[in-house]
Ligand binder design. Sequence first.
Ligand SMILES: [Zn+2]
Length: 413
Amino acid sequence: MDVAALAKLGGVKKYGIDELFFNAGDPGHEMYIILRGRVGVYLNSIDGFPIMVATLGPGDFFGEMSLLEGMPRSATIGAIEDTIVLIINENNFEQVIAQQPGLAYRIMKGISGRLRQQNDEIKQLKQGAAVQTRTTSPTAAASPAPAGAEKASPPPVLDATLFPPGHKSYQLDAAATDDVLLFDRDVECPVCEQKFKVKNVRSSKLRLDKVDNDLRQRFVDFEPLYYMVWNCPNCFYSNFNFEFKQVLEANKKLIIEKSKTLKGKFNLQFSSPRKIDEVFLTYYLMLQTFQVGKQDPSNAAKVWLRLSWLYNDVNDEEMYRFSSQKALDLFKDSFFNARRDTSVEQDQRMSLLLGELSLRVGEKVEALKFYRGAIARKGGNATINRQAEDRIRELKATMQEPEEESEESEESK
Ligand SMILES: [Zn+2]
């Protein structure tokens, strides 16, 4: 590719390491060709964990579906090195193609490859759906109305307090060394369009230590949960940083309306290092956003899961259980009822998580069923299969039930 010639067409832009091009779901009308550097491609799974699925380097391009079809971004793209790209839009597309005829061919090849991949995924999905009905529907039937289900509980009283009964004030600060891993960034609120500053994590500097059974990622000397929520100080719209721009048009007015009841009550100036009480506030404000209008239950589920980890960190056993139950009920609701277009692997991860949450609230039989549902022989992820098998073995060792025998023989048929 003739970089110098392309650069003359304009639209060359530099992205610093860790800078995001866009998040999955964002609207957009440009495609990008990498002239120098490297970017990571991230997908958000249903449980809210961005997973890097690929990296792209010089000569690679991305975002063509948004340019050609006006489709929202299908993945999150972030620079993992200082990167220089050529931005192609409606205005310079024809010129670029005229100068680089080979590029048109590569874009077409890219699109056809993607279509083939989508077909494969649809096939996998069908298989996955069949497996899931067989292995997990008894679970769903066994618990038609979980006690703490979100639908049954009344909406939280806004005026009294943001926090549920039992929530306390806690003493825990972020590490003083966090600043090294953070940088300030301006973002624009997608609801009220006000600009404000957020702390962005230099994800390239994070070192993953391990992943817990409940999918919590542990990093060396750093806790990204503290900075994962962005709150607009003007309208209080709040969301995960990796989904910040994803808000339904119809919900915007409702959020502005709701902000009137929140104004003046909360301080969104954070200490340095950040205090855990400030972090709790960011998450509970996000729950307020997720109670407005129509919402997928997985949104609030992702919040409660993270709240449960935070409560675990401050050793509040009661609130840990409470938030785990909330996460479990909402994830179940989303897993069994919401229309999903997830891969077999994502369903496996979710089953594993549901098993773990069931175990936390003492539902061992339920947990066992979910672990079994996490095993997918066809098109499944082998690591998750092994993980689920390990969990089944460990759990069984703590259980002695006669009905185990019959379930076992049924399975081996
Ligand atoms: Zn706002």
